[in-house]
Design a protein around this ligand. Structure first.
Ligand SMILES: *[C@@H]1O[C@H](CO)[C@@H](O)[C@H](O)[C@H]1NC(C)=O
Ligand SMILES: *[C@@H]1O[C@H](CO)[C@@H](O)[C@H](O)[C@H]1NC(C)=O
Ligand SMILES: *[C@@H]1O[C@H](CO)[C@@H](O)[C@H](O)[C@H]1NC(C)=O
Ligand SMILES: *[C@@H]1O[C@H](CO)[C@@H](O)[C@H](O)[C@H]1NC(C)=O
Length: 254
């Protein structure tokens, strides 16, 4: 009897961490809206790179689900293109990379106003809310942008901003977030700075940052890289996936 109890306890303890991990992921609820600048200064290629980064570096690292993290995306220029807040990751993966590039002016205020409408109409009661603004330039009507950002903050939305490239105004982003620690910047469109919303990150395979080395190219790849931890031989019959040291944060998960 005692030994059976012991065995059962051990089994239960073995399951516990897994159950806890699953439970905590499932109960992280967050409503997030990401506003992406599609104005002329950014250019089509940078816009596409930015959307891809938004997907791989933010959205795909969150536990997306109808009862977990829901995300909406707004591409803004003279007009807006909107993906409503959803917990459907497949839908986001299909739609985000294909958002329309308008290439006209930077109507940041329209995006912030639209985001507020979306939070008010589709936001979940009692669920924390965040807005992330990604812009490479200056708002066409900064005072209106500040006002709509204030409306969001008044509605308990935490407002974050990342200046992308070199032409954004740090001062303007600080006015929009009203919190200097919620502003950051990045010089490239293909790599974003992390935003810590307190959401536990999920592990993802990134096809963009992991390098697949096939047997045919193994010898050159190994000799040109000092960072490869795995030992490879030219007779290896399987291809090996290697995360190079140059990919920054794929080993960091909370
Ligand atoms: C999620 O989106 C995909 C692609 O639009 C769709 O095929 C699928 O039915 C959606 N899933 C749910 C549960 O709505
Ligand atoms: C935000 O709330 C403050 C304090 O209640 C109020 O004075 C201000 O007018 C509000 N601003 C906006 C833009 O709603
Ligand atoms: C500013 O942002 C940081 C990071 O989210 C947060 O911890 C802090 O409480 C914020 N400060 C104010 C005054 O809202
Ligand atoms: C900005 O991003 C850098 C690089 O990811 C990070 O080290 C830094 O802590 C961030 N700053 C703020 C204020 O979040």
């Amino acid at each position: 009897m005692t030994s059976l109890w012991l065995v059962m306890s051990i089994i239960a303890l073995g399951w516990l961490p897994g159950l806890l991990a699953q439970t905590s992921l499932n109960f992280v609820k967050y409503d997030v809206i990401i506003c992406v600048d599609s104005s002329v200064t950014i250019g089509l290629d940078n816009f596409r790179a930015l959307l891809k980064s938004v997907l791989t570096e933010y959205i795909e690292r969150w536990p997306i689900g109808e009862d977990a993290v829901k995300v909406g995306v707004i591409a803004f220029s003279t007009t807006l293109e909107v993906i409503s807040m959803t917990g459907n990751l497949t839908l986001l993966e299909q739609k985000v990379p294909l958002m329309y590039y308008e290439g006209r002016s930077t109507n940041t205020h329209l995006a912030l106003d639209q985001a507020n409408t979306m939070f008010m109409s589709n936001g979940r009661t009692g669920v924390p809310k965040a807005l992330i603004l990604l812009t490479d330039g200056r708002a066409r009507l900064p005072d209106k942008a500040f006002e709509y950002a204030q409306v969001l903050r008044n509605n308990s939305v935490s407002v974050w901003a990342i200046g992308v490239g070199t032409k954004y105004s740090l001062w303007e982003l600080q006015q929009i977030t009203a919190n200097i620690t919620r502003v950051n910047s990045t010089s490239t469109f293909s790599q974003l700075t992390p935003i810590d919303l307190g959401i536990p990150l999920v592990q993802v395979e990134s096809s963009t940052t992991s390098t697949v080395i096939s047997p045919a190219t193994t010898s050159t790849a190994v000799s040109s890289s000092t960072d490869i931890a795995a030992s490879l031989t030219s007779t290896s019959s399987v291809s090996t996936t290697i995360q190079p040291n140059t990919s920054p944060s794929f080993s960091i998960f909370r």
